[in-house]
Design a protein around this ligand. Structure first.
Ligand code: IP8
Length: 266
């Protein structure tokens, strides 16, 4: 069977960790998604995985103001925190690698702190490593603390910016999928609101009330995700937000072109 194309998939931090409590993992959620990724591989899709940080990154980043760059009043604490967050992120990445291994998939993590610099979607670094012959290994990267060329010295590169560049620049991408935790897609109101309804088709100027939890999230939360997703949709036809706790919907989407979730339009 010939290769069908490429799927770039983000395991959101809210799916794979409990966002409110430092370093709490949802291993079941990771395992379930990895089982579906295995089926996608069997169906001959090439895969690139990105994952978020959740409670392995956002809590300490917030506490130490890492996204604001170097602050000379708390410099030593920040340097220690940068090291710690990078370690945490590799630990989280190893959990994803381990869950893929359980379904006999080999993968390789590329920590952005090693190969990328600067923040936002114009970050620098050679992203062609994600399309090189990898001997069947699935390439993975994640939101991370990266060095910056300007006076801020370091900052946070979100997985959503990585999703943008990988989807746009790597050839043959036909699906870009953002997996969320415990929500079916983009909702018209914050998901904890009992009359929040799923928006099945979202386009750039549609306004929704997002609940960007800035107590925890140091990147852009849902707002950044939506912005990047609609920019990706300018080039890729199938950009979707799906419930990562129902990963069978990924299969339904790639097999039929539709699933319960939100299709993102430019
Ligand atoms: O969760 C953030 O990545 P994201 C990375 O993909 C850190 O936005 C270290 C907080």
């Amino acid at each position: 069977m010939s290769v069908k194309g490429r799927i770039v998939i983000k395991l959101g931090g809210g799916l794979i960790t409990n966002k409110n409590k430092a370093k709490t993992l949802d291993k079941d959620a990771i395992n379930k998604v990895c089982e579906v990724i295995n089926i996608l591989k069997e169906e001959k899709y090439k895969i690139i995985i990105v994952h978020g940080a959740g409670s392995y990154g956002h809590i300490l980043s917030k506490e130490m103001k890492i996204s604001e760059g170097i602050n000379h009043d708390i410099r030593d604490k920040q340097i220690k925190a940068v090291k710690q967050i990078r370690e945490n992120m590799r630990e989280l990445n190893n959990e994803v690698i381990d869950s893929l291994k359980k379904v006999n998939l080999n993968s390789i993590g590329f920590p952005p702190s090693i190969w990328a610099k600067n923040i936002g979607k114009e970050f620098t670094g050679d992203i062609s490593i994600f399309e090189k012959k990898l001997d069947g290994e699935i390439p993975i990267c994640f939101g991370d603390v990266v060095d910056r060329d300007d006076e801020k010295e370091f900052g946070i590169l979100s997985g959503d910016d990585l999703m943008y560049r990988l989807s746009i620049e790597i050839p043959d991408v036909n699906f870009t999928i953002f997996l969320l935790g415990d929500v079916d897609g983009v909702m018209d109101k914050p998901p904890d609101n009992s009359d929040a309804k799923l928006i099945s088709n979202w386009k750039n100027n549609d306004s929704i009330q997002t609940s960007h939890n800035s107590d925890v999230d140091v990147t852009g939360g849902m707002d950044l995700k939506l912005m990047r997703a609609s920019e990706i949709a300018e080039k890729i036809d199938n950009v979707w937000f799906l419930n990562g706790n129902r990963p069978e919907r990924i299969l339904q989407l790639v097999r039929t072109g539709s699933a319960i979730g939100t299709k993102i339009n430019p």
